[in-house]
Ligand binder design. Structure first.
Ligand code: ATP
Ligand code: MG
Length: 569
């Protein structure tokens, strides 16, 4: 295409509404415009990038035996009532009514439709496995749409669903998708890690998130730099706790006056002990009960782990009134000894303590020499604490590191959750009816475009990985009014396109400086400048966007040189 005829509305100013780099650059480089909060129009350059990402996704899904189809975005409420999600989804679900006052929603995901479709059409084990996918807009009325394409209310997702006869077959499908996702993000030129993630209170299921490591990421990831262990911070574990003073004799419980000392640090400092020797007792309210969660004084409760351990749906820190009612003491003085009618969930590290300090369930008082099992009995001992960078890797013992991550994809073993509720079964070899075992696998296509920019940019603009760049090269005639220059540039531009090097001819009547700035901002992997040197000496300048390396090449060799460089970018 000729730049003079293209819609690439670049901006000099940084738009005030944009907080993160990808959002700023997508606006400035003329890729997107906002239509409503969390809803964007993809201009032609963005559309080209999206098509490339989708093509990579299609190739990798198809390679694993995936079959592409297309499911509706508008869906009747009945489907969502049948799965139980019409109510569970809450305000994130975009709801609408038709002219007959019937309820519909805009699909945030497609488990309902695909499960019912497959359930209606599949009868026998001979028809399994199936890997079915589509690429469509998804709708989620996010509480905080932000960061441009990162968290939109309308966004593009590839979702694939696997249908298998049993868990072992599901493992195979899951592994295929793990491989496909690894290939997709590698081909998109991203630095990423598959991380173990929390699968919610349903339990038992395996799930991995594919995280692009970037400062602006909304998720915290802990990873090992020695082995391949990596987990979402919500899920990360470490090695089992060693007893800290196993040899010491159990001493008599003793009350200590601790006026005004509430936090574990304050109490420890006041009593002259280490914070780890304090048992931190946090009271939480779930949908059913009040529970006491115990971690060491130098640790914090991981509420997701606690929620899962309790198999609860909601979990909130108990407020002051609830604490007083449950324990008789103000917050800050609660401890596990003598608690009545409150289940105790203790972290294993707490169980490894002896002669520790804990709240006395009495204003301004703590107990010394508290020993688990002797002085209190937890209902459950579970890993319920936050693991931090520097702690040992659960697999190999090396120190864990922490990074921020952008979730670009997630793979999930669903099991029979949807097939049971929505009636998707099959007959096995013995003619026995069984529920189909499912998995679901999503890639945020539009988010992947933004994530690529978070990882590939500099102060001048975007640096597209060549595989997903909107165009591979821009050819810039320095003085397009000079007919000789323009002709040479044109010939080169035509030849490049003829050979599959997607190129733009920047024939605009702009100063060269403006064109160079735009080329950097837009992020073409290669910039080819045709100036006086081309006319007089037959030389053109090829510049690589990422490294800035610039080579003067004879015009006759330019195409070959571009073809040689491109795969290396
Ligand atoms: P998140 O935790 O970021 O809200 P999610 O876990 O709800 O995402 P999934 O249901 O697993 O998302 O969707 C699959 C993929 O779709 C995600 O990995 C992500 O890349 C993308 N995605 C999800 N929500 C959005 C959104 N609001 N805007 C853009 N992409 C999104
Ligand atoms: Mg997810």
């Amino acid at each position: 295409m000729r730049a003079s005829q293209m819609l690439i509305p670049t901006l000099r100013e940084v738009p005030a509404e944009a907080e993160i780099v990808s959002h700023k650059l997508l606006l400035r480089a003329g890729f997107i415009r906002k239509t409503a909060s969390g809803v964007y129009t993809y201009l032609p350059l963005a559309h080209r990038v999206l098509k490339k990402i989708m093509q990579i996704v299609r190739e990798e899904m198809d390679r694993q035996g995936g079959q592409e189809m297309l499911m509706p975005i508008i869906q009747p409420a009945e489907l969502w009532l049948a799965s139980g999600r019409w109510h569970v989804y809450g305000p994130e679900l975009f709801r609408l009514k038709d002219r007959h006052d019937r309820d519909f929603c805009l699909a945030p995901t497609h488990e309902e439709v695909i499960t019912i479709t497959v359930g209606n059409e599949v009868r026998s084990y001979k028809q399994l496995p199936l890997l079915l996918y589509h690429i469509t807009n998804k709708y989620r009325d996010e509480r905080r749409p932000r960061f441009g394409l990162m968290r939109g209310r309308e966004f593009i997702m590839k979702d694939l669903y696997s249908f298998d006869r049993d868990e072992a077959a599901l493992d195979v499908s899951y592994q295929k998708m793990h491989e496909a996702y690894t290939n997709v993000f590698t081909r998109c030129g991203l630095q990423f890690r598959p991380v173990e993630a929390d699968s919610g209170a349903i339990g038992g299921s395996t799930t991995h998130e594919f995280m692009v490591l970037a400062e602006s990421g909304e998720a915290a990831v802990l990873y090992c730099s020695v082995c391949d262990y990596a987990a979402n911070a919500e899920k990360a574990t470490t090695q089992p706790a060693a007893g800290l003073d196993p040899g010491s004799q159990l001493l008599e419980l003793q009350e200590a006056s601790t006026p005004g000392k509430k936090s574990a640090e304050e109490v420890a400092a006041f009593l002259g002990i280490e914070p780890f020797h304090v048992i931190k007792t946090m009271l939480y309210k779930t949908d059913k009960e009040v529970v006491a969660a115990l971690v060491r004084g130098d640790r914090d409760v991981n509420e997701i782990k606690l929620l899962n351990a309790l198999k609860a749906i909601n979990l909130d820190l108990a407020d002051e009134a609830a604490v007083r009612q449950a324990t008789g003491a103000p917050a800050g003085y609660v401890g596990p000894v003598g608690l009545k009618n409150i289940r105790i969930v203790a972290d294993p590290e707490v169980m490894a303590l002896t002669n520790a300090v804990a709240g006395a369930n009495k204003q301004d008082a703590h107990l010394k020499n508290v020993s688990p099992n002797r002085d209190f009995k937890p209902a459950m001992v579970e890993d319920i604490r936050i693991v931090k960078a520097g702690e040992p890797c659960p697999k190999c013992g090396a120190r864990l590191q922490e990074a921020r991550g952008i979730e670009v994809g997630q793979i999930f073993k669903l099991g029979t959750k949807y097939s049971k509720t929505l009636g998707a079964g099959f007959l096995d070899e013995n003619g026995k009816e069984k529920p189909i075992v499912m998995g679901c696998y999503g890639i945020g296509v539009s988010r992947t475009m933004a994530a690529a920019i978070e990882q590939n940019h500099d102060q001048d603009g975007i640096i597209w990985p060549a595989n997903i760049a909107p165009y591979h090269a821009v050819v810039i005639p320095v003085a397009p009014k000079d007919e000789k220059q323009l002709n040479l540039a044109e010939t080169l531009y035509r030849e490049l396109n003829r050979l599959g090097v997607e190129s733009v001819l920047d024939d605009r009547a702009e100063r060269p400086g403006v064109k160079f700035k735009d080329a950097d901002l837009i992020g073409y992997p290669l910039r080819i400048v045709v100036g006086n040197k081309a006319v007089e000496e037959g030389l053109v300048e090829i510049r690589r966007r990422r490294s800035g390396q610039t080579d003067l090449i004879p015009l006759s060799e330019a195409v070959a040189k571009v073809q040689e460089i491109l795969p290396t970018l």
